[in-house]
Design a protein around this ligand. Structure first.
Ligand code: SF4
Length: 483
Protein backbone atom coordinates (compact mmCIF):
# COMPACT_ATOMS: atom_id res chain seq x y z
CA UNK A 1 0.00 0.00 0.00
CA UNK A 2 1.35 3.47 -0.90
CA UNK A 3 2.61 5.57 2.00
CA UNK A 4 0.13 8.50 2.26
CA UNK A 5 3.01 10.98 2.25
CA UNK A 6 3.62 10.00 -1.38
CA UNK A 7 0.13 11.25 -2.30
CA UNK A 8 1.14 14.71 -1.11
CA UNK A 9 4.14 15.15 -3.40
CA UNK A 10 2.41 17.87 -5.38
CA UNK A 11 0.23 19.32 -2.62
CA UNK A 12 2.39 22.40 -2.04
CA UNK A 13 0.57 24.42 -4.69
CA UNK A 14 -2.75 23.80 -2.89
CA UNK A 15 -1.21 24.79 0.44
CA UNK A 16 0.22 27.95 -1.08
CA UNK A 17 -3.21 28.82 -2.47
CA UNK A 18 -4.63 28.36 1.02
CA UNK A 19 -2.07 30.74 2.49
CA UNK A 20 -3.11 33.32 -0.14
CA UNK A 21 -6.71 32.79 0.91
CA UNK A 22 -5.74 33.88 4.41
CA UNK A 23 -3.54 36.73 3.17
CA UNK A 24 -0.37 35.10 4.55
CA UNK A 25 2.97 35.12 2.72
CA UNK A 26 4.09 31.98 0.86
CA UNK A 27 7.26 32.02 2.94
CA UNK A 28 5.39 30.47 5.90
CA UNK A 29 6.23 27.15 4.20
CA UNK A 30 9.77 27.72 3.00
CA UNK A 31 10.82 29.25 6.33
CA UNK A 32 9.30 26.35 8.27
CA UNK A 33 6.87 28.58 10.18
CA UNK A 34 4.15 26.03 9.32
CA UNK A 35 4.80 22.29 9.01
CA UNK A 36 2.68 19.16 8.65
CA UNK A 37 2.72 15.38 8.97
CA UNK A 38 0.48 12.70 7.47
CA UNK A 39 0.33 9.06 8.55
CA UNK A 40 -1.87 5.99 8.23
CA UNK A 41 -2.79 4.20 11.44
CA UNK A 42 -5.53 1.70 12.33
CA UNK A 43 -7.52 2.31 9.16
CA UNK A 44 -7.29 6.10 9.39
CA UNK A 45 -5.30 8.85 7.71
CA UNK A 46 -4.14 11.27 10.41
CA UNK A 47 -2.98 14.73 9.42
CA UNK A 48 -1.40 17.28 11.77
CA UNK A 49 -0.47 20.87 10.91
CA UNK A 50 1.55 23.06 13.29
CA UNK A 51 2.42 26.74 13.21
CA UNK A 52 2.49 29.93 15.29
CA UNK A 53 2.22 27.86 18.47
CA UNK A 54 -0.99 26.18 17.34
CA UNK A 55 -1.90 22.75 16.08
CA UNK A 56 -4.72 21.26 14.00
CA UNK A 57 -5.29 17.51 13.75
CA UNK A 58 -7.87 15.77 11.56
CA UNK A 59 -8.58 12.12 10.82
CA UNK A 60 -10.40 10.32 8.04
CA UNK A 61 -11.20 6.65 7.45
CA UNK A 62 -9.05 5.13 4.72
CA UNK A 63 -11.29 4.21 1.76
CA UNK A 64 -11.30 0.73 0.27
CA UNK A 65 -12.27 -0.66 -3.13
CA UNK A 66 -12.03 -4.17 -4.61
CA UNK A 67 -10.37 -2.78 -7.75
CA UNK A 68 -6.73 -1.97 -6.89
CA UNK A 69 -6.47 0.96 -9.31
CA UNK A 70 -9.66 2.61 -8.08
CA UNK A 71 -8.64 1.95 -4.46
CA UNK A 72 -5.42 3.84 -5.09
CA UNK A 73 -7.28 6.74 -6.69
CA UNK A 74 -9.74 6.98 -3.77
CA UNK A 75 -6.95 6.79 -1.19
CA UNK A 76 -5.09 9.59 -2.91
CA UNK A 77 -8.17 11.79 -3.20
CA UNK A 78 -9.17 11.35 0.45
CA UNK A 79 -5.63 11.89 1.67
CA UNK A 80 -5.13 15.11 -0.28
CA UNK A 81 -8.49 16.48 0.76
CA UNK A 82 -7.74 15.73 4.41
CA UNK A 83 -4.42 17.54 4.07
CA UNK A 84 -6.09 20.66 2.63
CA UNK A 85 -8.79 20.66 5.27
CA UNK A 86 -6.36 20.31 8.16
CA UNK A 87 -4.23 23.10 6.74
CA UNK A 88 -7.38 25.24 6.44
CA UNK A 89 -8.28 24.53 10.08
CA UNK A 90 -4.87 25.72 11.27
CA UNK A 91 -4.88 28.87 9.12
CA UNK A 92 -8.41 29.71 10.23
CA UNK A 93 -7.35 29.34 13.84
CA UNK A 94 -4.18 31.41 13.39
CA UNK A 95 -5.81 34.29 11.46
CA UNK A 96 -9.40 34.25 12.75
CA UNK A 97 -10.53 34.84 9.14
CA UNK A 98 -13.55 33.12 7.59
CA UNK A 99 -13.31 32.88 3.75
CA UNK A 100 -16.74 32.68 2.05
CA UNK A 101 -16.05 29.26 0.52
CA UNK A 102 -14.38 27.85 3.62
CA UNK A 103 -11.93 25.06 2.93
CA UNK A 104 -13.16 24.48 -0.63
CA UNK A 105 -10.03 25.16 -2.63
CA UNK A 106 -8.69 23.05 -5.45
CA UNK A 107 -12.06 21.40 -5.94
CA UNK A 108 -15.26 22.21 -7.80
CA UNK A 109 -17.86 23.23 -5.18
CA UNK A 110 -20.72 21.51 -7.04
CA UNK A 111 -18.80 18.24 -6.96
CA UNK A 112 -18.88 18.24 -3.17
CA UNK A 113 -22.62 18.86 -3.26
CA UNK A 114 -23.12 15.94 -5.67
CA UNK A 115 -20.94 13.77 -3.47
CA UNK A 116 -23.10 14.55 -0.46
CA UNK A 117 -26.20 13.55 -2.47
CA UNK A 118 -24.50 10.32 -3.62
CA UNK A 119 -23.79 9.55 0.03
CA UNK A 120 -27.53 9.51 0.68
CA UNK A 121 -28.17 13.03 1.99
CA UNK A 122 -31.16 14.97 0.70
CA UNK A 123 -30.62 18.48 -0.69
CA UNK A 124 -31.35 20.18 2.63
CA UNK A 125 -28.94 17.99 4.57
CA UNK A 126 -26.31 18.29 1.84
CA UNK A 127 -26.54 22.07 2.21
CA UNK A 128 -26.05 21.80 5.99
CA UNK A 129 -23.23 19.28 5.55
CA UNK A 130 -21.23 21.70 3.41
CA UNK A 131 -21.62 24.48 5.99
CA UNK A 132 -20.58 22.21 8.85
CA UNK A 133 -17.92 20.19 7.13
CA UNK A 134 -16.28 22.70 4.79
CA UNK A 135 -17.04 25.85 6.77
CA UNK A 136 -18.67 27.62 3.80
CA UNK A 137 -21.07 30.51 4.39
CA UNK A 138 -24.76 29.45 4.44
CA UNK A 139 -25.52 31.76 1.48
CA UNK A 140 -22.92 29.96 -0.64
CA UNK A 141 -24.30 26.55 0.34
CA UNK A 142 -27.76 27.72 -0.73
CA UNK A 143 -26.34 28.96 -4.05
CA UNK A 144 -24.79 25.53 -4.63
CA UNK A 145 -28.04 23.77 -3.85
CA UNK A 146 -30.01 25.96 -6.26
CA UNK A 147 -27.37 25.44 -8.97
CA UNK A 148 -27.41 21.67 -8.61
CA UNK A 149 -31.22 21.62 -8.61
CA UNK A 150 -31.27 23.38 -12.01
CA UNK A 151 -28.55 21.08 -13.38
CA UNK A 152 -30.54 18.03 -12.33
CA UNK A 153 -33.30 19.10 -14.71
CA UNK A 154 -30.95 19.04 -17.71
CA UNK A 155 -30.29 15.90 -19.77
CA UNK A 156 -27.79 13.85 -17.74
CA UNK A 157 -24.27 13.28 -19.07
CA UNK A 158 -23.51 10.02 -20.85
CA UNK A 159 -20.44 8.41 -22.38
CA UNK A 160 -22.14 8.44 -25.78
CA UNK A 161 -22.28 12.26 -25.90
CA UNK A 162 -19.60 14.77 -26.88
CA UNK A 163 -19.53 18.55 -27.10
CA UNK A 164 -17.59 20.58 -29.63
CA UNK A 165 -15.66 23.78 -28.99
CA UNK A 166 -14.42 25.98 -31.84
CA UNK A 167 -11.97 28.74 -30.96
CA UNK A 168 -11.44 32.01 -32.80
CA UNK A 169 -8.44 33.57 -31.08
CA UNK A 170 -8.85 37.12 -32.36
CA UNK A 171 -10.18 40.23 -30.65
CA UNK A 172 -10.41 43.85 -31.75
CA UNK A 173 -8.33 44.99 -28.75
CA UNK A 174 -6.95 43.17 -25.74
CA UNK A 175 -8.72 43.52 -22.36
CA UNK A 176 -6.29 44.35 -19.58
CA UNK A 177 -7.50 41.42 -17.45
CA UNK A 178 -7.22 38.93 -20.33
CA UNK A 179 -5.14 35.84 -19.72
CA UNK A 180 -6.16 34.00 -22.89
CA UNK A 181 -3.83 33.58 -25.79
CA UNK A 182 -6.02 35.67 -28.12
CA UNK A 183 -4.31 38.18 -30.34
CA UNK A 184 -5.50 41.51 -31.64
CA UNK A 185 -6.96 41.03 -35.10
CA UNK A 186 -5.19 44.09 -36.49
CA UNK A 187 -5.59 44.21 -40.26
CA UNK A 188 -6.64 40.58 -40.25
CA UNK A 189 -3.72 39.12 -42.23
CA UNK A 190 -3.64 35.95 -40.13
CA UNK A 191 -7.37 35.25 -40.31
CA UNK A 192 -7.56 33.49 -43.69
CA UNK A 193 -4.68 31.05 -43.05
CA UNK A 194 -6.10 30.45 -39.59
CA UNK A 195 -9.57 29.65 -40.90
CA UNK A 196 -8.15 27.34 -43.51
CA UNK A 197 -6.28 25.37 -40.83
CA UNK A 198 -9.27 25.42 -38.48
CA UNK A 199 -11.70 24.15 -41.12
CA UNK A 200 -9.37 21.28 -41.93
CA UNK A 201 -9.10 20.37 -38.28
CA UNK A 202 -12.88 20.57 -37.87
CA UNK A 203 -13.41 18.24 -40.86
CA UNK A 204 -11.18 15.67 -39.26
CA UNK A 205 -13.29 16.03 -36.11
CA UNK A 206 -16.42 14.88 -37.92
CA UNK A 207 -14.70 11.58 -38.59
CA UNK A 208 -13.40 11.27 -35.02
CA UNK A 209 -16.93 11.68 -33.65
CA UNK A 210 -18.21 9.05 -36.06
CA UNK A 211 -15.40 6.55 -35.41
CA UNK A 212 -15.62 7.01 -31.64
CA UNK A 213 -19.39 6.47 -31.80
CA UNK A 214 -20.16 9.76 -30.08
CA UNK A 215 -23.31 11.74 -30.58
CA UNK A 216 -23.09 15.49 -30.73
CA UNK A 217 -24.58 17.37 -27.81
CA UNK A 218 -23.63 21.09 -27.70
CA UNK A 219 -21.47 23.25 -29.93
CA UNK A 220 -19.80 26.41 -28.65
CA UNK A 221 -17.95 28.95 -30.77
CA UNK A 222 -15.78 31.06 -28.49
CA UNK A 223 -12.42 32.69 -28.34
CA UNK A 224 -11.43 35.45 -28.59
CA UNK A 225 -14.32 37.12 -30.29
CA UNK A 226 -15.72 35.12 -33.24
CA UNK A 227 -17.63 38.17 -34.45
CA UNK A 228 -14.36 40.05 -34.91
CA UNK A 229 -14.11 38.19 -38.26
CA UNK A 230 -15.41 40.12 -41.24
CA UNK A 231 -18.91 39.32 -42.52
CA UNK A 232 -17.80 36.91 -45.23
CA UNK A 233 -15.39 35.04 -42.94
CA UNK A 234 -17.97 34.89 -40.16
CA UNK A 235 -20.59 33.47 -42.49
CA UNK A 236 -18.16 30.84 -43.79
CA UNK A 237 -17.30 29.90 -40.21
CA UNK A 238 -20.96 29.29 -39.37
CA UNK A 239 -21.51 27.27 -42.55
CA UNK A 240 -18.45 25.12 -41.92
CA UNK A 241 -19.55 24.56 -38.33
CA UNK A 242 -22.99 23.36 -39.41
CA UNK A 243 -21.55 21.22 -42.20
CA UNK A 244 -19.09 19.51 -39.85
CA UNK A 245 -21.28 19.36 -36.76
CA UNK A 246 -24.97 19.26 -37.68
CA UNK A 247 -27.81 18.32 -35.36
CA UNK A 248 -26.51 19.54 -31.98
CA UNK A 249 -29.18 20.31 -29.41
CA UNK A 250 -27.54 23.68 -28.71
CA UNK A 251 -25.33 26.12 -30.61
CA UNK A 252 -23.76 29.16 -28.97
CA UNK A 253 -21.74 31.86 -30.68
CA UNK A 254 -19.80 34.37 -28.60
CA UNK A 255 -20.42 37.89 -29.85
CA UNK A 256 -18.59 39.37 -26.88
CA UNK A 257 -17.68 42.80 -28.20
CA UNK A 258 -20.74 44.85 -29.18
CA UNK A 259 -18.68 46.88 -31.67
CA UNK A 260 -18.06 43.76 -33.78
CA UNK A 261 -21.74 43.15 -34.51
CA UNK A 262 -23.51 44.11 -37.70
CA UNK A 263 -27.07 43.40 -38.88
CA UNK A 264 -25.56 41.03 -41.48
CA UNK A 265 -23.74 38.90 -38.86
CA UNK A 266 -26.81 38.79 -36.62
CA UNK A 267 -29.01 37.74 -39.53
CA UNK A 268 -26.44 35.09 -40.45
CA UNK A 269 -26.75 33.70 -36.92
CA UNK A 270 -30.54 33.83 -36.91
CA UNK A 271 -30.95 32.30 -40.38
CA UNK A 272 -28.86 29.31 -39.31
CA UNK A 273 -31.08 28.74 -36.30
CA UNK A 274 -28.33 29.47 -33.79
CA UNK A 275 -30.35 30.45 -30.79
CA UNK A 276 -27.83 31.58 -28.20
CA UNK A 277 -25.32 34.40 -28.45
CA UNK A 278 -23.37 36.28 -25.82
CA UNK A 279 -23.00 40.07 -25.88
CA UNK A 280 -20.80 41.07 -22.99
CA UNK A 281 -20.57 44.59 -21.66
CA UNK A 282 -18.53 43.52 -18.56
CA UNK A 283 -19.42 46.96 -17.20
CA UNK A 284 -21.76 49.72 -18.31
CA UNK A 285 -19.42 52.48 -17.10
CA UNK A 286 -17.54 54.16 -19.94
CA UNK A 287 -14.60 55.16 -17.77
CA UNK A 288 -14.03 51.54 -16.67
CA UNK A 289 -14.41 50.29 -20.25
CA UNK A 290 -11.46 52.52 -21.15
CA UNK A 291 -9.40 51.30 -18.19
CA UNK A 292 -9.95 47.64 -19.13
CA UNK A 293 -8.96 48.26 -22.73
CA UNK A 294 -12.23 47.71 -24.54
CA UNK A 295 -12.79 49.94 -27.52
CA UNK A 296 -16.55 50.37 -27.07
CA UNK A 297 -18.96 52.34 -24.93
CA UNK A 298 -22.01 51.43 -22.87
CA UNK A 299 -24.12 53.00 -25.63
CA UNK A 300 -22.60 50.50 -28.13
CA UNK A 301 -23.85 47.72 -25.87
CA UNK A 302 -27.38 49.11 -25.90
CA UNK A 303 -27.30 49.44 -29.68
CA UNK A 304 -26.01 45.88 -30.08
CA UNK A 305 -28.82 44.49 -27.90
CA UNK A 306 -31.39 46.42 -29.92
CA UNK A 307 -29.86 45.15 -33.18
CA UNK A 308 -29.85 41.54 -31.94
CA UNK A 309 -33.47 41.74 -30.85
CA UNK A 310 -34.36 43.28 -34.19
CA UNK A 311 -32.66 40.34 -35.93
CA UNK A 312 -34.81 37.95 -33.88
CA UNK A 313 -32.15 36.46 -31.60
CA UNK A 314 -34.10 34.71 -28.85
CA UNK A 315 -31.39 34.08 -26.27
CA UNK A 316 -28.79 36.68 -25.41
CA UNK A 317 -26.38 36.05 -22.59
CA UNK A 318 -24.74 38.96 -20.79
CA UNK A 319 -21.35 38.66 -19.04
CA UNK A 320 -20.47 41.20 -16.37
CA UNK A 321 -17.50 41.41 -13.99
CA UNK A 322 -17.69 42.43 -10.33
CA UNK A 323 -14.64 44.14 -8.88
CA UNK A 324 -13.21 45.81 -11.98
CA UNK A 325 -10.41 48.33 -11.32
CA UNK A 326 -11.67 51.60 -9.91
CA UNK A 327 -15.25 50.36 -9.56
CA UNK A 328 -17.26 50.55 -6.36
CA UNK A 329 -20.67 49.17 -5.46
CA UNK A 330 -22.51 52.14 -6.98
CA UNK A 331 -20.75 51.59 -10.34
CA UNK A 332 -21.70 47.94 -10.37
CA UNK A 333 -25.27 48.97 -9.44
CA UNK A 334 -25.40 50.99 -12.69
CA UNK A 335 -24.35 47.91 -14.67
CA UNK A 336 -27.05 45.88 -12.94
CA UNK A 337 -29.63 48.58 -13.69
CA UNK A 338 -28.68 48.34 -17.38
CA UNK A 339 -29.06 44.55 -17.22
CA UNK A 340 -32.58 45.03 -15.91
CA UNK A 341 -33.34 47.30 -18.85
CA UNK A 342 -31.72 45.14 -21.53
CA UNK A 343 -33.33 41.93 -20.22
CA UNK A 344 -30.89 39.23 -21.35
CA UNK A 345 -32.14 35.64 -21.07
CA UNK A 346 -29.06 34.72 -19.08
CA UNK A 347 -26.60 36.68 -16.99
CA UNK A 348 -23.13 35.53 -16.01
CA UNK A 349 -21.67 37.36 -13.04
CA UNK A 350 -17.90 36.95 -12.91
CA UNK A 351 -15.66 38.18 -10.14
CA UNK A 352 -12.42 39.75 -11.31
CA UNK A 353 -9.53 37.32 -11.14
CA UNK A 354 -6.15 38.83 -11.90
CA UNK A 355 -4.15 36.05 -13.47
CA UNK A 356 -0.39 36.03 -13.84
CA UNK A 357 -0.35 36.70 -17.58
CA UNK A 358 -2.84 39.58 -17.61
CA UNK A 359 -1.80 43.20 -18.07
CA UNK A 360 -3.57 44.14 -14.84
CA UNK A 361 -1.21 41.76 -13.05
CA UNK A 362 1.82 42.96 -14.94
CA UNK A 363 0.90 46.55 -14.11
CA UNK A 364 0.26 45.47 -10.49
CA UNK A 365 -3.33 46.60 -10.13
CA UNK A 366 -4.51 45.55 -6.68
CA UNK A 367 -7.54 43.30 -6.28
CA UNK A 368 -10.58 45.20 -5.05
CA UNK A 369 -11.56 45.13 -1.41
CA UNK A 370 -13.09 41.74 -0.46
CA UNK A 371 -16.11 43.19 1.32
CA UNK A 372 -17.04 45.36 -1.65
CA UNK A 373 -16.51 42.50 -4.13
CA UNK A 374 -18.89 40.39 -2.00
CA UNK A 375 -21.45 43.21 -2.07
CA UNK A 376 -21.28 43.38 -5.87
CA UNK A 377 -21.59 39.62 -6.26
CA UNK A 378 -24.66 39.67 -4.03
CA UNK A 379 -26.09 42.52 -6.11
CA UNK A 380 -25.61 40.34 -9.21
CA UNK A 381 -27.49 37.50 -7.53
CA UNK A 382 -30.39 39.76 -6.57
CA UNK A 383 -30.59 41.28 -10.07
CA UNK A 384 -30.72 37.83 -11.68
CA UNK A 385 -33.40 36.81 -9.20
CA UNK A 386 -35.41 39.95 -9.98
CA UNK A 387 -35.31 38.96 -13.67
CA UNK A 388 -36.66 35.51 -12.78
CA UNK A 389 -33.34 33.68 -13.32
CA UNK A 390 -31.81 30.83 -11.37
CA UNK A 391 -28.13 29.89 -11.00
CA UNK A 392 -27.18 26.95 -13.23
CA UNK A 393 -23.38 26.77 -13.22
CA UNK A 394 -20.75 27.99 -10.89
CA UNK A 395 -16.99 27.89 -10.66
CA UNK A 396 -14.14 29.43 -8.76
CA UNK A 397 -10.69 30.49 -9.86
CA UNK A 398 -7.48 31.48 -8.18
CA UNK A 399 -6.78 35.11 -7.36
CA UNK A 400 -10.46 36.13 -7.34
CA UNK A 401 -11.46 39.37 -5.68
CA UNK A 402 -12.79 38.61 -2.19
CA UNK A 403 -12.50 34.86 -2.89
CA UNK A 404 -15.91 34.96 -4.48
CA UNK A 405 -17.12 32.94 -7.51
CA UNK A 406 -18.42 33.12 -11.08
CA UNK A 407 -22.07 32.23 -11.51
CA UNK A 408 -24.19 31.72 -14.60
CA UNK A 409 -27.88 32.56 -14.10
CA UNK A 410 -30.60 31.84 -16.65
CA UNK A 411 -34.33 32.06 -17.13
CA UNK A 412 -36.10 28.69 -16.97
CA UNK A 413 -35.28 26.69 -20.10
CA UNK A 414 -32.27 28.88 -20.97
CA UNK A 415 -29.42 27.16 -19.11
CA UNK A 416 -26.48 26.64 -21.47
CA UNK A 417 -25.70 22.93 -21.63
CA UNK A 418 -22.15 23.52 -22.82
CA UNK A 419 -21.34 25.75 -19.83
CA UNK A 420 -22.59 23.07 -17.45
CA UNK A 421 -20.65 20.34 -19.26
CA UNK A 422 -17.38 22.24 -19.28
CA UNK A 423 -17.60 23.14 -15.61
CA UNK A 424 -18.84 19.80 -14.35
CA UNK A 425 -16.22 18.01 -16.47
CA UNK A 426 -18.52 15.08 -17.12
CA UNK A 427 -18.81 15.23 -20.92
CA UNK A 428 -16.23 14.58 -23.65
CA UNK A 429 -15.14 17.72 -25.46
CA UNK A 430 -13.53 17.95 -28.88
CA UNK A 431 -11.86 21.33 -29.15
CA UNK A 432 -10.71 22.88 -32.42
CA UNK A 433 -8.49 25.88 -33.01
CA UNK A 434 -5.50 27.45 -31.28
CA UNK A 435 -5.59 27.03 -27.51
CA UNK A 436 -8.54 24.59 -27.51
CA UNK A 437 -8.33 21.78 -24.97
CA UNK A 438 -10.01 18.47 -25.84
CA UNK A 439 -11.08 16.26 -22.94
CA UNK A 440 -11.94 12.64 -22.67
CA UNK A 441 -13.66 11.81 -19.41
CA UNK A 442 -13.53 8.55 -17.47
CA UNK A 443 -16.32 9.14 -14.94
CA UNK A 444 -15.88 5.93 -12.99
CA UNK A 445 -12.25 6.71 -12.21
CA UNK A 446 -13.00 10.42 -11.76
CA UNK A 447 -10.28 10.91 -14.32
CA UNK A 448 -9.91 13.19 -17.36
CA UNK A 449 -7.38 13.01 -20.16
CA UNK A 450 -6.66 16.29 -21.87
CA UNK A 451 -5.18 17.08 -25.25
CA UNK A 452 -4.35 20.77 -25.63
CA UNK A 453 -3.84 22.39 -29.03
CA UNK A 454 -0.97 24.84 -29.18
CA UNK A 455 -2.14 28.35 -28.40
CA UNK A 456 0.28 30.26 -30.63
CA UNK A 457 -1.64 31.13 -33.79
CA UNK A 458 1.28 30.77 -36.22
CA UNK A 459 2.36 27.43 -34.78
CA UNK A 460 -1.22 26.22 -34.85
CA UNK A 461 -1.53 27.08 -38.55
CA UNK A 462 1.64 25.17 -39.23
CA UNK A 463 0.86 22.14 -37.08
CA UNK A 464 -2.94 21.82 -37.11
CA UNK A 465 -2.80 18.39 -38.78
CA UNK A 466 -0.77 17.10 -35.86
CA UNK A 467 -3.35 18.53 -33.42
CA UNK A 468 -6.04 16.61 -35.31
CA UNK A 469 -4.07 13.38 -35.06
CA UNK A 470 -3.50 13.79 -31.37
CA UNK A 471 -7.21 14.35 -30.86
CA UNK A 472 -7.90 11.20 -32.80
CA UNK A 473 -5.46 9.32 -30.60
CA UNK A 474 -7.15 10.69 -27.48
CA UNK A 475 -10.58 9.44 -28.50
CA UNK A 476 -9.63 6.31 -30.42
CA UNK A 477 -6.41 5.29 -28.69
CA UNK A 478 -4.37 5.41 -31.90
CA UNK A 479 -0.75 6.50 -31.93
CA UNK A 480 -0.34 10.24 -31.95
CA UNK A 481 2.02 11.91 -34.36
CA UNK A 482 5.55 12.40 -33.10
CA UNK A 483 6.46 15.86 -31.85
S1 SF4 B 1 -12.69 39.71 -25.24
FE1 SF4 B 1 -12.06 37.95 -24.00
S2 SF4 B 1 -10.47 36.92 -25.21
FE2 SF4 B 1 -10.73 38.99 -26.08
S3 SF4 B 1 -9.18 40.22 -25.06
FE3 SF4 B 1 -11.06 40.43 -23.86
S4 SF4 B 1 -10.94 38.83 -22.28
FE4 SF4 B 1 -9.41 38.35 -23.86
Amino acid sequence: MTDPVAYLETIQLDLTNLTHLFALPESVWSEGRFTYTMREENGEFICVFRGDGREAEMRQSVPDHPDARLRELHRKRVCRRLCRQTCYALLRDVTGMHPPWGSMTGIRPTRLFYEALENGLDAEDAEKHLVEHFDILPGKARLLRETVEVQQQLPPPADSWADVYIGIPFCTTRCTYCSFSSGEIGKGERVEPYLEALFEEMRSGTQILRDAGKQLRAVYVGGGTPTSLNEDQFQRLLDEMLACFPGASEYTVEAGRPDTLTPFKLRAIRERNIRRISINPQTMNDQTLKVIGRAHTAEDVRRAYAMAREAGIGHINMDVIAGLPGEHAEDFARTMQAALELRPESLTVHTLAIKRTSRLQIEKWPLPDGREAAEMVEMGRRTAQEMGMKPYYLYRQKYMAGNQENVGYALPGHACQYNVDIMEENTHILAFGAGGISKRVFPEEGHIERQPNVSNIEIYIERHAQMAEKKRALFLGENAAEE
